[in-house]
Design a protein around this ligand. Structure first.
Ligand SMILES: Nc1ncnc2c1ncn2[C@@H]1O[C@H](COP(=O)(O)OP(=O)(O)OP(=O)(O)O)[C@@H](O)[C@H]1O
Length: 268
């Protein structure tokens, strides 16, 4: 069996020597599509940054695609769409050029793009519905379209694991729908998706599993069923007493994260 896409074992992640996420254990198999949920400041981004080698792993271990964190990304195997980013307005680059940057880790001998690389860039732009804007300056696109460019930039490397932080936040309905279609296609092709979000509604049908982060602890790991405010109350949680309500999603048949189990046992 192949290595999981992600394996965190008792991982503590933070900045400097300050721990933000503590004792997180989580395995994401290849091809899974996982939502990372939780309230503001709970540690979702920090958890993802730990997975990407951008925050310090202060304890335990983090393995990505079978290797200690930090290694696979160099080869374009892990894609990342960071939070709240649009492309700098001062950047004179075209859509093709920005997305082309995402392909750089995959370039072969002498770092020169070949036909396959150019095709991968065009396919990624097409996938996010911006084929007709390929040679437009990115600065001329809307904020939502710019976020789609950043998704395309991540897709251009044909990553095995795609980590996205709030990809639908502040994005118009048309861009959200386009993004959901892209992610469904990418997921069906076998790419592992880990998506930090406050709202699973736009990505309903793509994300099947939820992990909840609460005050730096993983407090839920289980199915994500249905989505959007119409799906029911804020949150059906395995442990309502310790879990924050997070609007707009519904969790069923919970399988508490190991950490949550310890909270209930009183072993901590
Ligand atoms: N670079 C940093 N250095 C030190 N502390 C940080 C840094 N980035 C975030 N933090 C702290 O880590 C905690 C968790 O932040 P994080 O961004 O991981 O939360 P989040 O769950 O992603 O929040 P949101 O939903 O608002 O994006 C916060 O208290 C924040 O102040």
């Amino acid at each position: 069996m192949s290595d999981p896409a992600l394996r965190l074992t008792g991982a503590t992640v933070g900045y400097g020597d300050v721990a933000i996420v503590r004792d997180a254990s989580l395995t994401v198999r290849r091809g899974e599509a996982v939502a990372v949920l939780g309230s503001n400041g709970s540690g979702k981004t920090t958890l993802m940054r730990g997975v990407l080698g951008l925050a310090a792993v202060l304890g335990g271990s983090v393995e990505v695609l079978g290797a200690p964190v930090g290694r696979p990304r160099e080869h374009g195997r892990v894609g990342y769409v960071p939070q709240r980013h649009t492309v700098s307005g001062a950047m004179p680059a075209t859509v093709r050029e920005v997305v082309g940057v995402g392909r750089l880790p995959r370039l072969g001998l002498f770092g020169r793009p070949v036909a396959r690389d150019r095709a991968a860039v065009a396919e990624a732009v097409d996938a996010v519905g911006l084929a007709d804007r390929l040679d437009d300056p990115v600065a001329s696109l809307s904020g939502g379209q710019q976020r789609r460019v950043l998704v395309a930039r991540a897709l251009a490397a044909e990553p095995e694991l795609l980590v996205m932080d709030e990809p639908t936040a502040g994005v118009d309905a048309a861009s959200q729908a386009a993004l959901a279609t892209v992610l469904a296609r990418v997921s069906a092709a076998g790419t592992t998706l880990v998506v930090v979000t406050h709202e699973t509604g736009p990505l309903a049908g793509v994300l099947r599993r939820a992990v909840v982060v609460d005050s730096g602890r993983l407090t839920y790991d289980g199915p994500l069923v249905g989505a959007g405010p119409a799906a029911g109350p804020d949150c059906h949680h395995p442990d309502e007493a310790t879990a924050p309500p997070v609007r707009g999603y519904r969790l069923d048949q919970p399988r508490p994260a190991p950490d949550a189990a310890r909270v209930r046992d009183g072993s901590r």
